[in-house]
Ligand binder design. Structure first.
Ligand code: HEM
Length: 154
């Protein structure tokens, strides 16, 4: 089995970023504020790395259509859209968390920090699942423009 290089690297970075969010959460529970800050900033950098690879691949190469059985394609598509919604929400919450943390707006930060972390865990888990469905459990379909890959078609 040969795995595609860029999606494998970008999925690795989403997973790594979720692991760092978990570490950062454990650190703040122990009141290690400086460590929490560094770990969470690294988690943000890893998430950004994922995003840069993903967007470059989408723009320059395209997205890969689901290559599994036609009868489960609809479930894959619903799951993919669910993952995209989680990732978009996670990105917005992530930005607000980082900015509120850096600005010491701790009232807001304490409120949304746990939500951001949990949304990010689910983003990473569903992201890895999409990767497995697309490239590991089944062989990826044709690589085409992003709109066709999400909605189906040629
Ligand atoms: C990078 C800049 C960040 C800084 C400077 C920062 C700083 C802090 C500080 C000082 C606290 C303690 C607040 C208090 O208890 O008074 C805190 C709590 C917390 N932060 Fe961050 N943080 C940052 C990023 C993040 C990110 C990106 C997340 C989520 C992904 C996050 C999640 C949390 C959580 C879950 C808590 C604990 C909230 C609670 O249960 O009270 N932080 N942060």
């Amino acid at each position: 089995m040969s795995l595609p290089v860029l999606p494998t690297i970008s999925t690795f970075f989403i997973a790594l970023s979720a692991v760092f969010v978990a570490i950062g959460w454990a650190q703040i529970k122990r009141r290690q504020i400086e460590k929490h800050k560094k770990t969470m900033l690294l988690a943000g950098i890893f998430a950004l790395t994922f995003f840069i690879i993903y967007v470059s691949r989408t723009l320059f190469i395209g997205n890969t259509a689901f290559g599994g059985p036609a009868d489960i394609k609809i479930y894959y598509t619903i799951f993919l859209i669910f993952h995209i919604c989680l990732a978009t929400t996670g990105a917005v919450f992530g930005l607000v968390s980082i900015l509120s943390g850096l600005k010491n707006n701790l009232k807001l930060h304490r409120k949304i920090g746990p939500y951001t972390s949990v949304i990010w865990f689910f983003t990473a888990i569903t992201g890895v699942a999409v990767y497995l469905l697309l490239y590991v459990f089944y062989t990826g379909g044709p690589t085409t423009s992003v709109f066709k890959a999400i909605l189906g078609g040629e």
